[in-house]
Ligand binder design. Structure first.
Ligand code: GAR
Length: 195
């Protein structure tokens, strides 16, 4: 079966990108392959992770240029892995049902515009919830509002700081959930293709 061509969009450290790369190496992801990593931030460490693994890595601050390279590379699935820029309606429509995102909470809690990265965990601790987690979802025009693909719960412990909680949510939920979802969707998309 032909593999689904994946682009991973990043803005920061890229630990979720690393989880996808590792899953590809270990065979958890076998129906898709990362063909491109694109960052909207020049100093994103994620770009270095891509280069270290022989994956084409580009800096793309402009959506039109990003769309162009995605098309040139024949990308079929876009994974937002810590990509902290909101995509336009036009961009989302161009890849309808082919963009997924990982968010570090149990949506619909602690999500939406301005709620990203460490802020999400700050808000969960401020509210005092006892359980949080991560969500993989399709991307539509509503920030964090697309159909949910997978979720995993993580317990909050006494004395948690946003940083400690972020690490636990990554280790126990994000790095497991995202590669699995990438494989599941890649498999579905690959099945629809002809050898
Ligand atoms: C991750 O926790 C991801 O879930 C979050 O940013 C972090 C990126 O880390 N994304 C969002 O908050 C999106 N709304 P990484 O660069 O190490 O993967």
């Amino acid at each position: 079966m032909l593999k689904t061509k994946i682009a991973v969009l990043v803005s920061g450290g890229g630990t979720n990108l690393q989880a996808i790369i590792d899953a590809q190496k270990s065979g958890i992801i076998k129906s898709g392959e990362i063909a491109l990593v694109a960052s909207n931030k020049a100093d994103a460490y994620a770009l270095k992770r891509a280069e270290a693994n022989g994956i084409k890595a580009v800096l793309m601050t402009d959506e039109a240029a990003l769309l162009k390279i995605l098309r040139e590379e024949g990308i079929e699935l876009i994974v937002l892995a810590g990509f902290l820029k909101i995509l336009s309606k036009e961009f989302i429509q161009a890849y309808e049902n082919r963009i997924i995102n990982i968010h570090p909470s149990l949506i619909p809690s602690f999500c939406g515009k301005g709620c990203y990265g460490l802020h999400v965990h700050e808000k969960a601790l401020e509210y005092g919830v006892k359980v949080t987690g991560a969500t993989v979802h399709y991307v539509n025009e509503i920030p964090d509002g697309g159909q949910i693909i997978a979720q995993k719960a993580v317990e909050i412990q006494d004395g948690d700081t946003p940083e400690i909680l972020q690490k636990r949510v990554m280790e126990q939920a994000e790095w497991i959930l995202l590669p699995r979802a990438v494989e599941e969707i890649s498999r579905k998309l690959a099945k629809g293709k002809i050898e």
